[in-house]
Design a protein around this ligand. Structure first.
Ligand SMILES: Cc1cc2nc3c(=O)[nH]c(=O)nc-3n(C[C@H](O)[C@H](O)[C@H](O)COP(=O)(O)OP(=O)(O)OC[C@H]3O[C@@H](n4cnc5c(N)ncnc54)[C@H](O)[C@@H]3O)c2cc1C
Length: 425
């Protein structure tokens, strides 16, 4: 295992490591390793837990994750397209154990930031010096009339990969040739801004081969969307006439459903769906709300340089649940935040100065198996907010040759292999 310690890392960054001497005052007796508990083993939390141990192998790191296996949302749209199965998106936590992370499978039900304890469904209490909360997202059930957890069994959201993805895939396989698949795209901010539009393409890929008389209609709560020009160009190139996008201004916003009858309602119309994929409005994972870490927006305000909550001291929030300036809610952003947060905690424990953080994100979207597009950005901290570095990122070019699209599809799959290796191995 290629471990390097925190001091070497800071030196490698060329950062001033003003060693403060006293370090972080621990709850336990002098000489006890600082205890960091990370809740949620997804793109953000699993990264953070692993990198805490890499940056400082003296840290006592516990990861509490409710599921024994993690199913990746990135590339889950390919399951809908029929190109991969859920197994290829599923990861265990042995890699983290190998890094010395104590992995516990349980659900956290309560955080007491005063006593610095957390309580689990399994009846255990864990003490922490520092807590990292990375529970992902939850849904605003009821924001769309008639759409609750029970309705999502009939009209799946598939916005947390796993069982929901499989329900949606089975519905696509069972529908008649000539039916309409409706995708309801949520308002901002939400997990994976290009996701609904990649999904439309992947479903169209499947339909164009198996049920070519069918259509995909995206009913949108917004008037524009991520990588819009590129998506529209790709849809037309690969699936001409098959995908319709209805913006909010043209009565695209879904306000209600009748899940049993397969009806999706907008303000002025009712749409009959052969398959309805309702992606509801979102907020931070429910635990963040229970713990009082959210503000009126439903997301968690943090110091964007360290990800420490601005509401509770020594509690950090990373990933989709956090308000991270201009960064989108993506797996790559969550991975980047996990590393920044790990460094913030490691330096705080040591009483050292946090190096200037840098953040990165690239979102690839697969319009077809050999047709990829992307948006990339490097971020910096300016006046307390994460903002894009001028001229550091960009979009795939419009009207690019087939070879460019093909190359980007290869980069997309390679990105997935690399990032999941970075997190779970
Ligand atoms: C269809 C789709 C496609 C996507 N494609 C991409 C892509 O190509 N690239 C990209 O960068 N991003 C993509 N994303 C976005 C990406 O999945 C998320 O941004 C990312 O998963 C966020 O990571 P997270 O750690 O914040 O949350 P999650 O990955 O959801 O992890 C949260 C974890 O916390 C656990 N948890 C929650 N509450 C508790 C609790 N109380 N106790 C214990 N454990 C708990 C959950 O079980 C879960 O494992 C996609 C998303 C979707 C839906």
């Amino acid at each position: 295992m290629n471990k390097f310690n925190r001091r070497q890392f800071i030196k490698a960054l060329g950062a001033a490591s003003a060693i403060g001497g006293l370090g972080f005052p621990l709850i336990g007796k002098a000489g006890t390793a600082a205890k960091v508990v990370v809740i949620g083993g997804g793109y953000a939390g699993a990264t953070c837990a692993k990198y805490l141990r890499i940056y400082d192998s003296d840290l006592d790191v516990t990861l509490i994750e409710k599921s024994e296996h993690y199913v990746s949302c990135p590339l889950s749209n390919e399951v809908l397209g029929g190109e991969r199965d859920i197994k290829s998106l599923t990861f265990g936590y042995d890699g983290l154990t190998g890094h010395g992370v104590n992995v516990v499978h349980d659900e956290v039900t309560k955080i007491d930031p005063t006593k610095k304890t957390i309580t689990t469904k399994g009846g255990k209490t864990h003490q922490y010096d520092m807590l990292v909360v990375s529970p992902g997202i939850s849904f605003k059930w009821g924001a769309i009339e008639g759409y609750d957890e029970a309705a999502s069994e009939l009209m799946p959201h598939a916005w947390k990969a796993g069982k929901q993805t499989e329900i949606l895939r089975k519905q696509l396989e069972a529908m008649e040739n000539g039916g309409t698949v409706i995708i309801s795209a949520p308002p901002n901010p939400f997990r994976c801004p290009p996701g609904p539009y990649e999904r439309a393409a992947q479903i169209a890929f499947y339909l164009s081969h198996h049920k070519p008389k069918s259509k995909v209609v995206i009913l949108d709560s917004k008037d524009k969307f991520s990588k819009q020009g590129l998506f529209m160009e790709g849809w037309e190139a690969l699936y001409p006439g098959m995908i319709d996008w209805v913006m909010a201004a043209n009565d695209g916003k879904v306000i209600g459903v009748d899940a049993k009858k397969g009806i999706v309602m907008t303000e002025f119309a009712e749409h009959k769906a052969a398959v309805a994929n309702i992606i509801p409005p979102q907020k931070a994972g429910i635990l963040a709300e229970i713990a009082g870490l959210t503000n009126d927006s439903g997301w968690c305000p943090v110091d964007q340089g360290t990800f420490e909550s601005t509401i509770h001291k020594d509690v950090y929030v990373i990933g989709d649940a956090s308000i991270a300036g201009k960064m989108p809610k993506s797996g790559y952003a969550a991975n980047s935040q996990g590393k920044v947060c790990a460094m913030a905690i490691a330096t705080k424990v040591a009483g050292e100065t946090m190096p200037e953080p840098s953040y990165v994100n690239t979102c690839y979207s697969l319009i077809g198996p050999h047709y990829g597009i992307s948006v990339a950005m490097v971020y910096e901290l300016k006046d307390g907010e994460v903002v894009g570095v001028k001229d550091a990122g960009g979009l795939s070019p419009m009207k690019a040759p087939e070879s460019t699209r093909r190359a980007e599809s290869i980069y997309a799959h390679s990105w997935y292999r690399n990032i999941t290796h970075d997190i779970f191995s």
